[in-house]
Design a binder for this molecule. Structure first.
Ligand code: NAD
Length: 475
């Protein structure tokens, strides 16, 4: 199927193209140019989308799981068939460089195919001649999926694929900053999925709030900020919706004194700055043992100088701009705070006026632990380096946050690294690597970084209810 990725954006409701009751604009963050007019759904249109999903549910959930798996795998094929267009559009609307776009779109196709291999076993807990007790998993109904702007396609797929495999139908609302790729995905899926199984509506935060409150939505799967996560949890209480919340993080990376400094410096750079640090699991606080602090800081800065920040569509760009003006202004405010406090900046530190929301890679030298650049989730390319001497002290500092998304520990002595890792309050702790996700590995935050799990059978189970059937055949 051939579609025009760069024009004519429409929502998908009940398998059909639907225009908005209003329109809003999408911008290229590298140039600040308007690139598209996007439909804005009214409450009535959202209600229609939920009703379509509800109507499609009985048939879809009754289909053998093998058929649903096949169709979800087919979504992966379709993403791959249109990978080039998806990547170009993703760079245009999100800003990320080519390599990042390849990672996201390639990952999305892979995720669909792998999630499509998953199913949840029936557990037989008692079996005798006249009695059988079994627990199986049944789908929930209509799932409301709400996604952010940093990985708009991949994070949507993380929700759509397991929701559909488990037998649910979906209404997806992308971020108003990055709706274009997901709207095109909806357009492609009109040809593949039965009408109503997958619906996509675009609009602002209010549309997300309507979806979260909707009495016919059984579950909300949300990725975004902790502040919005709290609102969703509250709004979901009306009909006791199930919720999965993947929220913010302020991930610590702890570097023990025995690392290979040069090699680790490069890995740490990407750990912190990939996707221009608009990454929930970016290493956001880098704790370095005092014995190697100066040398590692120098290596990091030297490597950072070789990295090119620019328009993601230019060949040779490693890191693109910040995705939107709201986030750009937040970063300007944080950079002003760094200056006001007289913190020592080893690299970067000055944000230009544009055009384009460009922020230079910025490395801050051992700021006080209670400063904003350490305590807040920057969600942009600014990294505080922090010195430590004592392991107990650094673990305490690493855990001194409301967040608990992920963390990393770097060191050659694996036992020591592992002991440190086990003391960190986070859903994922990587040792000597980072950001290695898998459809078959559970991911979820501790503390205020979230509720629930994505990926793995645990993640699939979150799109189901448990049902126990007790059969007595003695009568
Ligand atoms: P955000 O919370 O502002 O918005 C996310 C989505 O929620 C958007 O689609 C938005 O329109 C919608 N929304 C806003 N208000 C809403 C409401 N009241 N009810 C329902 N929906 C509403 O987040 P963002 O700025 O788009 O994304 C950045 C944040 O996401 C960061 O904090 C980052 O750490 C987090 N994030 C987390 C993960 C993870 O897996 N844990 C992954 C990526 C991003």
């Amino acid at each position: 199927m051939s579609i025009d990725f760069f024009n004519d954006y429409s929502m998908t409701i009940s398998g059909k193209a639907v225009g908005g009751s209003g329109m809003f604009d999408a911008f290229n963050p590298a140039s600040e140019e308007r690139i598209a007019s996007v439909p804005e759904a009214s409450l009535e249109q959202l209600n229609t989308a939920v009703a379509a999903a509800e109507a499609a549910f009985p048939q879809w959930s009754a289909r053998p799981i093998e058929e649903r798996q096949q169709l979800v795998s087919r979504i992966g094929d379709v993403i791959e068939e249109h990978a080039e267009s998806f990547m170009r559009l993703l760079t245009r609307e999100q800003g990320k460089a080519r390599k990042g776009a390849e990672w996201e779109i390639g990952g999305s196709a892979y995720w669909c195919r792998e999630i499509a291999k998953q199913s949840l076993p029936v557990h037989v807990t008692e079996l005798s001649t006249d009695r059988r007790v079994e627990t199986r998993r049944v789908p929930l109904g209509v799932i409301g999926c709400i996604t952010p702007w940093n990985f708009p396609v991949l994070l949507a797929v993380w929700k759509i694929a397991p929701a559909l495999v488990a037998g649910n139908t979906v209404v997806l609302k992308p971020s108003p900053y990055t709706p274009l790729c997901t709207l095109k995905l909806g357009e492609l899926l009109r040809e593949i999925l039965p009408p109503g199984v997958f619906n996509i509506v675009s609009g602002g935060n209010e549309l997300g709030a309507w979806l979260t409150k909707h009495p016919k939505v059984s579950k909300v799967s949300f990725t975004g900020s902790t502040a919005t996560g709290r609102k969703i949890m509250e709004a979901a209480s009306g009909n006791l919706k199930r919720i999965t919340l993947e929220l913010g993080g302020n991930d610590p990376a702890i570097v023990l004194p025995d690392v290979d400094i040069k090699e680790t410096a490069q890995k740490l750079f990407w750990a912190a700055f990939q996707n221009s640090a608009q990454f929930c699991v970016a290493a956001k606080r880098l704790y370095i043992h005092e014995d190697i602090y100066d040398e590692l800081a120098a290596e990091l800065v030297a490597f950072a100088r070789t990295v090119k920040v620019g328009d993601g569509s230019d060949q040779g760009t490693d890191l693109g701009p910040i995705q939107n003006r709201m986030q750009f202004e937040k970063l300007k405010d944080l950079f002003a705070d760094i200056k006001d406090r007289g913190q020592n900046v080893l690299l970067g530190g000055d944000i230009g006026e544009g055009p384009g929301y460009f922020v230079p890679v910025t490395i801050v030298d051992n700021p006080p632990e209670d400063s904003r650049v350490v305590m807040e989730e920057a969600f942009g390319p600014v990294l505080p380096l922090l010195k430590f001497k004592d392991l107990d002290d650094v673990i305490k500092r690493a855990n001194n946050t409301e967040y608990g998304l992920a963390a990393s520990v770097w060191g050659r002595d694996i036992d020591a690294a592992r002991k440190a890792a086990e003391r960190i309050e986070a859903g994922t702790v990587w040792i000597n690597e980072i950001h290695t996700f898998s459809p078959h590995v559970a991911f979820g935050g501790h503390k205020q970084s979230g509720i629930g799990i994505e990926n793995a059978l645990e993640g699939l189970a979150e799109y189901t209810n448990s049902q126990t059937i007790v059969v007595n055949s003695a009568a």
